[in-house]
Ligand binder design. Structure first.
Ligand SMILES: Cc1cc2nc3c(=O)[nH]c(=O)nc-3n(C[C@H](O)[C@H](O)[C@H](O)COP(=O)(O)OP(=O)(O)OC[C@H]3O[C@@H](n4cnc5c(N)ncnc54)[C@H](O)[C@@H]3O)c2cc1C
Length: 507
């Protein structure tokens, strides 16, 4: 495919003020919605077509809800908002001087001019400099991740059913979740429930209830932000469900068959495990680095932008950074931080239309509405600050769980999604059944195959002679990896083993 020259977006030009929003997550979508009636042209650019409700990703990964229920199409959500256009594209350049944003969709480059820019591109999983872990331990940030993980979990049970080797079976039935924050706790709890309840009796040669679920973390506590009391309760509940908790355990290597853990005393040990998932640490979007290079704004260790009190960057009162990309004291990387940041930026733009100048802006102030994490059916922890009291209100168990359900329903976008989710929850929590246990081969190893394809393309572009075509799909020894080729048409040379093994996991 030839690459056409960069072009302006196919959006009717008006002489109204142009607001560009990068990202359709909580920050981006809520900013756009806040501008619904403003006399501006809004262009929302995101690399996915959906708004993703990340807090329920683990329920997609464990078969409770379908992906569509937590990821409505952004343009459909915004269809009645006539001043707003939605563009799909991966933003690769922000030019602060020219006031343009460049995005790419396949080979097509679009350059979108702005008067005001809201950057809400979120964060990715951080492997703390060990990016190669990602191949064997996917994160939990996208729909692709959740579907891949669902395939890996169910694929491991399928392989174990066929295995005659006790050691291999044990490896296949050992699930390791790295990171004991809310996502890790929720995932470990659900994998344990799925093995113990949903899959019980569904296999003939293995007993799924014997699966080991290990939750490990380099930190000394479960759910550290919730404090020792709630963290301890969550740990006790998980242990009652059979989850093994291993703390002060730092992962130093991950491979196809397991991982290596370093203890506090410096000794290392290996855990044999086919299915690993990474939920430790985040790294803000690399777009923050671009803003830093051009404006001199500082980034923190996680790559978040240290914005000013009005969430803008130095010398650019027209550029807001919100959500997981912003570093503001006292504002955690949670949905409410992003929602409130996005709305604040939209309000500042609207105020300017009425004549307010940037120096008249009131500083952003965060309203902490509390935190929650579910552990299992009927069990969650909840922490809510109480005005006038130093200590927050804390509770755990059934009422916290009901609170979690209610709150997540409120913030799910779309009435139909709420209704479907409610029905699925009713089914899952009363019968222990899960309606979303389908897995396809592509879900499990498309990510790996795409990664290898990109590596090949890069190699070809660098003039090494191998491209992502059928010719290049030959291995070093001149044979074609049929499994890889079956999956995506024409995939890889190097990494044949990895792709081959991934496909085994899928089958
Ligand atoms: C598994 C999980 C569970 C969570 N659970 C909770 C919870 O229970 N409660 C809670 O409050 N918070 C929770 N969070 C955190 C919460 O989801 C985030 O804080 C929130 O989504 C941040 O919103 P955001 O808009 O900054 O980023 P995101 O929601 O991540 O959105 C980023 C958007 O930017 C787009 N994008 C990224 N890069 C580019 C680019 N280069 N070009 C174009 N578009 C781009 C993405 O496609 C996406 O649309 C959880 C997060 C995860 C991952």
């Amino acid at each position: 495919m030839s690459s056409p020259a960069a072009q302006a977006p196919a959006v009717a030009a008006t002489d109204r003020r142009k607001v560009v929003i990068i990202g359709s997550g909580f920050g981006g979508l809520f900013a756009a919605q806040r501008l619904a009636k403003a006399d501006v042209d809004v262009t929302l650019i995101a690399k996915t077509t959906h708004h993703l409700f990340q807090p329920m990703l683990y329920q997609v990964a464990t078969g409770i809800v379908a992906e569509g229920e937590i990821a409505p199409a952004t343009r459909v959500v915004l269809r009645k908002q006539k001043n707003t256009s939605v563009l799909m594209g991966d933003v690769f350049d922000i030019d602060l001087e020219a006031k343009t944003v460049s995005s790419r969709l396949l080979e097509r480059i679009t350059v979108t001019p702005y008067d005001d820019l809201i950057v809400a591109a979120g964060a990715d999983q951080s492997y703390f400099g060990n990016d190669h872990f990602a191949e064997y331990a996917p994160g939990m940030k996208t729909i692709d991740h959740a579907l891949e993980l669902r395939g890996r979990i169910l694929g491991a049970f399928e392989q174990a059913e066929l295995s005659h080797d006790p050691a291999e079976r044990a490896k296949l039935l050992t699930f390791v979740v790295v990171g004991a924050g809310p996502t890790g706790v929720e995932l470990a709890g659900q994998i344990a429930e799925m093995s113990d309840k949903t899959l019980k009796g569904a296999f003939r040669n293995i007993d799924p209830t014997e699966a080991r679920v290990i939750l490990l973390d380099a930190a000394p506590a479960v759910l550290p932000p919730f404090g020792p009391k709630l963290g301890g309760k969550a740990a006790a509940r998980l242990e009652k469900m059979g989850v093994e908790i291993q703390l002060n355990a730092m992962v130093v290597d991950v491979d196809y068959d397991g991982l290596v853990v370093k203890e506090k005393d410096g000794t290392t040990r290996r855990i044999e495990s086919q299915c690993k998932v990474w939920s430790a640490g985040v790294q803000a979007s690399p777009l923050g680095q671009q803003l830093a290079e051009q404006s001199g704004v500082e980034l923190d260790r996680a790559g978040r932008v240290k914005v000013g009190p009005d969430l803008t960057i130095p010398g650019h009162p027209e550029v807001f950074v919100v959500g997981d990309m912003m570093a503001v004291d006292g504002v955690p990387g949670v949905a409410q931080g992003a929602i409130q940041g996005g709305r604040y930026a939209a309000d500042a733009i609207k105020a300017e239309l009425k004549g307010q100048t940037p120096d008249q802006r009131k500083p952003f102030s965060y309203w902490d509405k509390g935190s929650m994490a579910t552990i299992s059916r009927y069990s969650a922890v909840m922490q809510v600050p109480v005005p006038g009291f130093k200590k927050p209100f804390e509770t755990e168990g059934y009422f916290a769980w009901l609170g979690w359900l209610a709150l997540h329903l409120v913030y799910l976008v779309g009435f139909r999604n709420r209704l479907n989710t409610l029905i699925n929850w009713f089914f899952a929590f009363t019968t222990r059944g899960r309606s979303q246990l389908a897995v396809t081969e592509q879900q499990v190893y498309a990510r790996t195959a795409i990664g290898q394809l990109s590596a090949l393309e890069k190699q070809a572009a660098e003039g090494n002679g191998s491209g992502p075509d059928a010719e290049a799909a030959e291995t070093d020894s001149g044979t074609v990896d049929s499994k890889a080729t079956d999956a995506s048409g024409s995939v890889p040379t190097e990494g044949k083993d990895a792709v081959g093994k991934e496909s085994e996991a899928a089958s």
